[in-house]
Write a protein that binds this ligand. Structure first.
Ligand code: CWD
Length: 691
């Protein structure tokens, strides 16, 4: 299989084993396979590390320099310090032939006689030369050389294997001793090997922290949540590790202009480390250049902000339980209902009462719903007091009961919400979520530099987040902080919000009561352990992470580093705050609808009552069995036997009545409509003599 095909099929992983039949593996370009733990095994003929081979190569170099003024013969014979097997074999055979000839020359003359084309005359020295060649024993470029019956019998083949950084000799094959493997561990699974991985990390409380001082060296310097996880995983999977800090103290972000990566991502891409452990977020951009294990922790971006100050107590705080528009609507409803009762009372004949009913001399008729009484009646009902006016007509009763129901709901809602307001401390919170943050300019905000939070806003297509990014990007001095501690410091100074990862945010707000989380999570993602692309450790570590999660080990470690410390601050329970909100129209608007419906029904009923009365009086005027009335100077209706009302239509009557009502006071002219006093039934034939 060609190298290109192996790469195309992505068969360059630790799962694949290749046995090369060529003796020239060392001369191939294996850069693409080196760090992927692909198993490549082969034999080699020329051991360039051998002292004898080195000496021969040195001599060839000197010779070529002497003859061609070049360090090596330019015959595609060599490639830097390695030697292809074919030229090496050629060199050895020429050398052996030269030794044979040299030995032959000592007993034979090497001048050749003429050759005849007719006769078959063999060369006398030929047999001797074969014998001398068979007798040659020499150590050439391809190892020890010895012949038996014209066959080379003494030679060795080195068994070689591709290790992470180079090709190493792992055994030897000889025709007599057969295969002797000197490095058996090289053929075992990476899990059981005694390997030491280079692990890079970044300081981030409580994930990775550092002991400073001479007493701590090597891996002992580091401690924290991620260090504990790494230690547990290394025992599970079976590897040793050297833990060190990433040189530029960055997680890793791609420069959009140069396309270059920095931080831990760059270190893994350059194969300078085998693993990157820390609060390293799995992102799409990173996943395309390095590999991540399964996440060991889930999180999202949130807003860290200073705890808002308490709202100062105001003189009119008692109004807070209801929204201001509700107060206005209640006031409007009060005026409307009072006027309606007044008008409906006037229209409804039942609301007209005889005064001095049995004194036929002074009989007069009055209405209990004067304008001031209507207002008094409505406010009395609203205040849950029983006023001394009792509506008698159906229309006025409908309005009264609807208004009573309205008052009951408003007063009950107000009382309940007032209790909540009095028991909770109100806070002034200038921002509630990311939208609030984006739409204001007073509070500045930022993220950690070159981290996934920064790239989240930079690459987002959501308008709010794009706006946040533009604001942060243009901010002078920079909105980005080199460490998250800087961000917290700026939040504590005030007027600054820090967009950060929720796990870290939880850790901070549990310890600093002056800080709080604003809103929910803007996204969801996870922390994983990063490896170079194609690393065999990725799957093994992923399995270990899943096992640790299922066993609850990761939860226990979380509790250890987040909760079981004395540093946590005791916070007042602020959960009630959000519940004590002013009641708005959307909560109690329905009660206004009921009230309006009641007013309309009452108006309709009043209309029919008026109509009924009109019909009744129309008939009565002809029979003369009722007392006709008129208004005296004091505005009281009085009976008037001399008064004969004009015979007018219903519509003129009702408009007259409404016009009278709109004058508001009783001290007006007599209305056109004749009123009846039910209590004053006049015996047939008797007439009222006097007003
Ligand atoms: N990181 C970040 O981008 N924002 C944060 O608030 C914290 Cl605590 C860390 C780095 C991030 N985890 C990454 O991998 O880039």
């Amino acid at each position: 299989m060609k190298k290109k095909m192996i790469l195309q099929q992505q068969m360059n992983e630790y799962k694949y084993h290749y046995l090369f039949t060529s003796f020239d593996l060392e001369t191939y370009d294996l850069e693409d396979f080196k760090y992927n733990f692909v198993n490549i095994t082969s034999f080699r003929l020329v051991d360039t590390a051998d002292v004898g081979v080195k000496q021969i190569l040195k001599d060839i170099g000197l010779y070529s320099h002497h003859i061609f003024k070049k360090p090596y013969l330019n015959l595609h014979f060599t490639k830097s310090t390695v030697l292809e097997s074919e030229p090496a074999l050629m060199f050895d055979s020429v050398y052996v032939f030269a030794i044979g000839l040299q030995t032959l020359e000592q007993s034979h003359s090497l001048t050749l006689s003429n050759i005849s084309c007719e006769e078959e005359n063999s060369w006398d020295g030929g047999l001797s030369l074969i014998n001398y060649l068979n007798a040659v024993e020499w150590k050439g470029l391809t190892g020890p050389i010895q012949f038996k019956d014209g066959q080379r019998v003494q030679f060795k083949l080195d068994l070689i294997k591709l290790k992470q950084h180079s090709i190493v000799k792992v055994g030897e094959w000889t025709p007599h001793g057969h295969l002797n493997i000197t490095e058996p561990s090289m053929f075992f699974d990476a899990g059981s090997m005694n390997v030491t991985l280079v692990v890079i990390t970044i300081l981030e409380t409580p994930y990775v922290m550092m002991h400073y001082g001479k007493n701590f060296t090597g891996n002992e310097r580091f401690y924290g949540f991620c260090v504990d996880i790494l230690e547990t995983i290394s025992r599970e999977v079976g590897f040793d590790y050297i833990l060190d800090l990433v040189p530029d103290r960055k997680y890793g972000a791609k420069d959009p202009e140069t396309g270059e990566w920095n931080g831990m991502v760059a270190q893994l891409m350059k194969y300078k480390a085998d693993l990157a452990v820390g609060s390293m977020t799995i992102t799409y951009a990173r996943e395309s250049v390095i590999d991540f294990t399964k996440p060991f922790m889930n999180l999202g971006i949130s807003i860290l902000f200073k705890v808002p100050t308490s709202e100062p107590t105001r003189l009119f705080s008692f109004m807070n339980p209801l929204a201001i528009e509700i107060w206005i609507y209640v006031l409007i409803a009060y005026f409307l209902v009072s006027l309606c009762i007044y008008i409906v009372g006037k229209l409804s004949p039942i609301e007209w009462k005889c005064i001095n009913a049995c004194d036929l001399e002074n009989i007069s008729i009055g209405n209990q719903f004067s304008l001031t009484d209507s207002f008094w009646f409505t406010i009395g009902t609203f205040m849950q007091q029983s006023p001394d006016i009792y509506p008698r007509a159906m229309s006025t009763r409908i309005i009264s009961s609807t208004w009573g129901f309205f008052s009951l709901i408003i007063v009950a809602s107000y009382t309940a919400n007032l209790a909540a307001f009095l028991t909770t401390e109100r806070m002034i919170n200038p921002i509630e979520n990311a939208e609030d943050l984006a739409s204001q300019t007073e509070i500045s905000y930022g993220t950690l530099d070159s981290g996934s939070t920064m790239t989240f806003f930079r690459d987002s297509v959501i308008e709010t987040y794009k706006k946040i990014w533009r604001s942060m990007d243009n901010k002078k001095p920079s909105a980005f902080t080199t460490t998250y501690e800087d961000g917290i410091k700026r939040v504590n100074q005030g007027n600054y919000a820090f967009l950060m990862e929720s796990t870290m945010l939880d850790y901070i707000v549990q310890r600093d009561c002056n800080l709080t989380q604003i809103g929910g999570l803007l996204d969801t993602k996870g922390y994983g352990i990063a490896t170079p692309k194609g690393s065999p450790w990725r799957d093994k570590i992923s399995l270990a992470i899943l096992e640790l999660q299922e066993r609850g080990d990761i939860q226990m470690l979380y509790d250890k580093w987040w909760k079981n410390t004395d540093e946590t601050c005791t916070r007042k329970n602020t959960s009630k705050q959000s519940k004590a909100n002013s009641l708005g129209l959307e909560s109690i608007g329905g009660v206004f609808v009921v009230l309006i419906a009641g007013i309309i029904v009452a108006a309709v009923v009043a209309f029919f009552e008026f109509w009924y009365n009109f019909r009744y009086n129309h008939k009565a005027t002809t029979s003369q069995s009722v007392v006709n009335t008129k208004y005296n100077q004091d505005g009281i209706l009085e009976s008037d036997r001399n008064y004969t009302p004009p015979d007018r239509s219903f519509w003129i009557e009702i408009s007259e009545e409404l016009r009278y009502a709109s004058w508001c006071m009783n001290k007006q002219k007599r209305p056109a409509l004749r009123r009846t006093c039910s209590k004053c039934t006049i015996p047939k034939g008797q007439r009222i003599n006097k007003l």
